[in-house]
Design a protein around this ligand. Sequence first.
Ligand code: SF4
Ligand code: SF4
Length: 486
Amino acid sequence: MKIKTKSLCPQCLAVIDAEVYEVDGKILIKKRCAEHGEFVDTYWSDALLYHKFERWKYTGNAGIRITNTENGCPYDCGLCPVHKSSTMLAIIDLTNRCNQRCPTCFANAAAAGYLYEPTMEQLRAMMKLLRSEVPPCPAVQFAGGEPTIREGFVDIVKMARGMGFAHVQVATNGIMLAKSERFCRELKEAGLHTVYLQFDGITDEPYEVLRGRPALNTKLKAIENCRSAGLKSVVLVPTLVKGVNDHQVGDIVRFAAENLDIVRGVNAQPVSFEGRVDDSERSSGRITIPDFINALEEQTNGEIPRDSFYPVPFVVAISHFVEAWKGMPQLELSVHPHCGAATYVYVDDSGKFVPITEFVDVEGLMEFIEELAEEMHGSRIGKLKAMARILTRGKKFIDYDKAPSEFDKFTLTDILDKGNRDSLAEFHRKALFIGAMHFMDPYNFDLQRVQRCGIHYATPDGRIIPFCAYNAIHRPSVEQAFAKPI
Ligand code: SF4
Ligand code: SF4
């Protein structure tokens, strides 16, 4: 297998030809810069999983086009007409100040030498732009620096809710949440849905390496304060670094399961490299999505097997069905299949993990849903007939003998339409989302991935910029254009 693509020279950031290819059961990316030589890196460490995920590659549509293509991807971001996915989650940096000094972070104000803090008016304009996309961006995440130290943060959350975002979350180190239960309560009252909590492990060692201090107690206190304030959704976000915390992924998921009343999921982020990193450092430190998936299988003694994971665009059929059902354009999760992986895991009363793939034929179900959507789109069947088909044929995708008891009480029609929402909610309360997204660095950068990116920054200059393009290319120029002296 050999795929031609484009990447970046990690030294001069020029766009250069690259090749993604298979060697010894792994997928590598290779490229040569005329000036800086050849670079080889691991793209995906498991070829079998790579090929499985490849099946769900899907080309979507981006909702907004505000720039031309003068300089070529990824220098035209805006979104430009070449882009292939709408915004599924928008990121807005509220400040580059931070109350933590992570040894590997160069994004904070002290290291950058300037202050970047969009004004309230700029924030409003950025959110307005996101809501004007077609379909409108449904979810916003405030980030930074550390967004919770931004003055007026609670009001910014309220503003986002007022502007119609269905989901508002904050990516945080948790220090401010750990300090004050009252602050957590204010955020809950302002309408914050999810705390996306940096959570690198269940001992202090990973924090000492990655954050420069033992921070486990801060995380535990932050979770406790969220719980007593009534915030109902925390997602644990470990940055995975080989040899530092990859041996803790099973324990992190078990910790999540022990705190199911408030922890809704774990979303791992294999580390991306910053600056210049030599070959040996990269090959010893590089960790990719399959490493996470395989480690989790091993560390849960096979309870969460690698086969339970699917790429993000696996669920595109659901968007097509809802679109046909409602007659309105729906957001498609059309990001590149090698950007992210996810599964959904039920935790039974004994604490055992039961992935949804154990009792639902998810591939058959998605094919069935896609077929229904196509028939409804083509007006070959109406809603009544579609519903009848779901009732008669939908059940065959579920193995009720293996399913948790809450599952017995509802059918597919309950999920798709009104019905027994209580048992669905009960099932959801006992289930965990487990995912991973591998943000790219200039070494493993693939233009085919970034062109399908669905995680987009909104910037004060009125642009919408895919996450990995922003961090590899655009961040310094955007921030400096709006920078103030510290
Ligand atoms: S990353 Fe997307 S928006 Fe940016 S230049 Fe490439 S195709 Fe256009
Ligand atoms: S943020 Fe990066 S890794 Fe995630 S979807 Fe976008 S391009 Fe892919």
